[in-house]
Design a protein around this ligand. Structure first.
Ligand SMILES: *[C@@H]1O[C@H](CO)[C@@H](O)[C@H](O)[C@H]1NC(C)=O
Ligand SMILES: *[C@@H]1O[C@H](CO)[C@@H](O)[C@H](O)[C@H]1NC(C)=O
Ligand SMILES: *[C@@H]1O[C@H](CO)[C@@H](O)[C@H](O)[C@H]1NC(C)=O
Ligand SMILES: *[C@@H]1O[C@H](CO)[C@@H](O)[C@H](O)[C@H]1NC(C)=O
Length: 552
């Protein structure tokens, strides 16, 4: 986090200068003539080349040299960095502060007597105009850090962060390369890979377990802050030569659309009744970029049917994180499980339907307890690419004549889409043919069931049902139902299989379906396993008959 940032600011510069000077000292007389050539060579240098440049014998000694000097200057770094870190890190922590804490400040901060050490270095291939270097660093520090926190009920607590153990790889990008020393205009640094981060929290003069939830909240805040403020692709830019380096900044490249559909078999956290689950979703754990779903009361198989959008900056390394909690009213919500999906698994412009298994911890996967699964539909739209839903729609078709007359500016359909995607409603008629089911579980003593299917449109609440078929485990209904759908992209079809009984009825299982596939494909027939049932598959046919698209 901050302690690393401040320290690193100094170290990064040092390393950069060392590399350049080491390279140019050998041929100082020819510096000017060879400068351009050397820079190009530098830029093309691979790890192997860097080994040649710094032969194996020299390689460790070069790191030793660096570590030795870092140790010597460490007391000064500590002194200089502490104040800098305090002023720059407090606002960062504030951004990630969980809502159960009213304030989070440093009351003491020194980095301690132990300097970090570099344990590895490599140079990577980059653009010809830049040098990318990765440095592995280890720090088993003895800093003295005391956080002053205030809880919502007004209790102030001094909390000490102790025994920091950190191993990670920092990436440095020297860019742009220029023909004057130190040969680059700015350095970007970022934590490429966090291998290990341990620390302990202790209430000064007390026991942290006396205040439940606080320890977890602080630990979570620190981890989120590191995760988001310096972890790749987020980078910090240190300008060396005057200039405009805004092109080095991280920029949004597209939008991730997430449909939170449902979850199943969530762990029950309540002694009386069932959990009241809700979901937190984020790509970057910044408070204003974290989305929260509705709470579904008393349910372990909740259906949310909610839609969220996230800004994406780097599809190759970012991921979407999902955390499911049990709402406890005024008390802190209880954690049920979390999951993560790498955005690089998404094909731009293509809808992906995923079931993610919830785990306790994304990094330590020792936990084998079943915490449930979450069902999502994901679509990554890079800027400038039309959404899949827009392909094949002609502007004439998309707007009614009346619409065009009323809103001439909306006549430019592609413009309308790129400006306000959310305004487009997909209206149409959904025809559902419930064909058959097979292998329906036995529900009565005779070894049979009397199954029927209930069809529900989640958003409008419209319902219908098939006839009951007596004494069968492989019913064939072959019945068709039409639903007028106002907002196809945000509705869900729920098919529940029930058993009709003389004394009432029992739900056997269900299938849940967004309309995305049928809107894209027009129609399809498929077989789905029944969720929540021991066995059983349901076969149905869906058909979408679109009506003119209108703006909201
Ligand atoms: C419609 O909008 C797009 C995107 O802004 C633009 O490229 C195109 O020229 C516009 N077409 C007309 C007919 O105005
Ligand atoms: C199914 O059984 C119920 C009584 O158990 C009966 O009323 C009904 O007519 C039967 N339906 C068919 C289609 O046989
Ligand atoms: C379902 O009904 C359609 C026409 O109503 C018929 O063509 C088809 O063969 C039936 N399918 C089954 C499996 O009974
Ligand atoms: C249920 O479906 C049947 C057959 O498609 C239809 O005649 C009936 O009107 C529907 N009922 C409702 C309430 O939509």
């Amino acid at each position: 986090m901050g302690f690393f940032m401040g320290f690193f600011l100094g170290a990064a510069l040092g390393v950069g200068l060392i590399v350049c000077f080491a390279r140019f000292q050998n041929n100082r007389s020819k510096v000017r003539i060879d400068l351009a050539k050397s820079i190009t060579a530098f830029a093309r240098m691979t790890v192997q080349d860097s080994r040649k440049l710094l032969p194996p014998e020299a390689y460790p000694s070069w790191l030793n040299w660096l570590n030795h000097h870092l140790e010597k200057i460490w007391p000064y770094v500590d002194e200089a960095a502490s104040e800098l870190i305090r002023t720059s890190v407090e606002p960062v922590l504030e951004q990630y502060r969980p809502s159960i804490l009213a304030a989070l400040k440093f009351s003491k901060l020194t980095l301690g007597t132990v300097a970090p050490s570099f344990t590895g270095v490599s140079l990577l291939d980059g653009d010809p105009g830049e040098i990318i270097m990765e440095l592995e660093m280890q720090w088993d520090g003895n800093p003295n850090i005391v956080l002053d926190i205030k809880t919502l009920v007004g209790v102030g607590l001094p909390i000490q962060v102790k025994n920091i153990g950190f191993t990670g790889v920092f990436r440095l990008i020297f860019k742009p390369l220029v023909a004057e020393l130190p040969c680059f205009g700015a350095v970007c640094y970022s934590l490429r890979h966090k291998k290990n981060l341990d620390f302990t929290l202790k209430v000064v003069g007390g026991d942290i377990s006396a205040i439940p939830g606080v320890s977890d909240a602080i630990e979570g805040t620190i981890r989120d802050a590191i995760e988001d403020s310096i972890t790749w692709p987020v980078r910090n830019i240190v300008p060396i030569l005057p200039g405009d380096y805004s092109d080095l900044e991280l920029k949004p490249v597209g939008v991730l659309q997430v449909k939170l559909i449902e979850a199943k078999e969530l762990t029950n956290k309540d002694l009386i009744g069932k959990s009241d689950p809700f979901v937190e979703l984020f790509i970057r754990p910044l408070r204003d970029r974290t989305k929260t779903s509705k709470v579904i009361d008393n349910c372990l198989n909740p259906i949310w049917n909610e839609h969220f959008e996230f800004i994406v900056e780097d599809i190759s390394t970012q991921h979407l994180t999902i955390r499911v909690y049990d709402d406890e009213g005024i008390q802190a919500a209880e954690f049920i499980g979390c999951a993560r999906i790498d955005l690089k698994l998404l094909e731009p412009g293509k809808v992906k339907d995923v079931w993610l298994k919830l785990v306790k911890d994304l990094e330590i996967q020792r936990d084998t307890k079943n915490r449930g699964h979450v069902h999502l539909e994901l679509l990554f739209c890079p800027f400038g690419m039309d959404s899949v839903f827009m392909k094949g729609f002609k502007p004439d078709y998309a707007l009614t004549t009346l619409e065009k007359a009323l809103r001439p500016e909306a006549a430019n359909f592609s413009q309308a889409i790129s400006e306000k995607k959310g305004d487009i409603l997909f209206r149409g008629v959904l025809s559902v043919t419930v064909i058959s089911a097979e292998d329906v579980p036995v529900t009565d003593l005779m070894g049979k069931s009397d199954p029927f299917v209930v069809l529900i449109m989640k958003k409008s609440g419209k319902k219908n049902k098939t006839r009951v078929l007596n004494n069968t485990l492989n019913p064939v209904w072959n019945q068709t139902f039409d639903f007028v759908v106002e907002d196809g992209l945000h509705d869900l079809l729920i098919l529940e299989v029930w058993d009709h009984d003389t004394f009432g009825k029992d739900k056997i299982g269900r299938c849940i379906m967004t309309l995305t596939r049928v809107i894209l494909e027009g129609e399809f027939k498929d077989t789905f396993t029944l969720d929540g049932a021991k066995s059983g598959r349901l076969t149905f046919h869906l058909k979408w008959t679109p009506q003119p698209i209108i703006r909201d």
